[in-house]
Write a protein that binds this ligand. Structure first.
Ligand code: MG
Length: 282
């Protein structure tokens, strides 16, 4: 039996596995193929929706279909995956899903109530056309349509003062929700995050037979990746197109890698180095 350490890899998409400008993952293919050949799982951890991520699952070389959507709102596993007792999982859209966030309707309802109480000028993806979402996010029209197929969270814009934002955050909090701040958009969602969902997947792997063999690696480039990065044995802080790395405070005993390459090139560099270090690659 192979008793070597095996990598369990968690990755953000935009600016990490996918090039910031072209959305290509080609530069990461050698490392992606090496993981697949060794049956080592790659878990996509994204703010994107399930239907945005699915086309990518068909293109990427992957040992398994396993992904986390809408900033940690749900973990999608292969429908035949075993889930330990005590973990609630449901069959959903052909997957076994562990839902950590709240239903989209509940999120919309909470955001509506908060906007009324705060008299805030909130405009969510539900209030926008595909074209408006495309213009706002830089996505093409087809991708904008998929980005509007939400299951657990609502991205929105807010016009007005800091006071309105504070009010919205407080009201959402009181309704059991949370408000994430992205670059251009805010996200109303249940009380979850990329870190909580990543921990859940690590627990699933560690609870299975041979669970102690997994060495966990997380790769990300932005503030919403920090709680995911802190869960892993190794955190890879991706280099940004301007040549800088974000500030990162490592978890205790954690190894931190800052690759030279940007986006998928840095991804390839880091994962290849880790596979070599574990003796899985010569
Ligand atoms: Mg990113």
């Amino acid at each position: 039996m192979d008793t070597k350490n095996r990598l369990l890899v968690f990755t953000d998409l935009d600016g990490t596995l996918l090039d910031f400008h072209t959305y290509s993952f080609d530069a990461a293919l050698p490392a992606l193929n090496a993981l697949k050949e060794r049956g080592m799982p790659l878990v996509i951890v994204s703010s994107k929706t399930r239907t945005e991520i699915e086309p990518l699952l068909d293109e990427l070389p992957l040992a398994s279909r396993l992904f986390i959507t809408e900033n940690g709102s749900a973990v999608y596993l292969d429908r035949k995956s075993a889930v330990p007792p005590g973990v609630q999982a449901e069959l959903k859209s052909g997957y076994r899903a562990i839902v950590l966030g709240r239903r989209y309707e509940e999120v919309l309802d909470a955001l509506d109530r908060a906007r009324t109480i705060c008299k805030a000028r909130v405009k969510g993806f539900r209030d926008m056309t595909d074209r408006e979402v495309a213009r706002l996010t830089g996505l093409d029209l087809g991708s904008a349509r998929l980005a509007r197929e939400r299951e657990y969270s609502e991205p929105f814009t807010l016009q007005g003062s800091e006071d309105k934002l504070r009010c919205l955050k407080t009201e959402l909090q009181e309704m059991g929700m949370t408000c994430l701040e992205g670059g251009r958009l805010f996200h109303a969602m249940g009380r979850t995050g990329k870190g909580l969902a990543t921990e859940m997947v690590i627990d699933l792997f560690r609870a299975a037979p041979g669970g102690s063999q997994w060495k966990t690696v997380a790769l990300g480039d932005g503030p919403n990746d920090i709680d995911m990065l802190r869960c892993a044995d190794v955190a890879v802080i991706m280099r940004r197109p301007d040549g800088t790395w974000m500030e990162y405070d490592p978890a205790p005993l954690q190894l931190v890698i800052k690759p030279e390459g940007i986006g998928p090139a840095g991804w390839n560099e880091s994962v290849t180095a880790l596979l070599k270090e574990l003796g899985n690659l010569r």
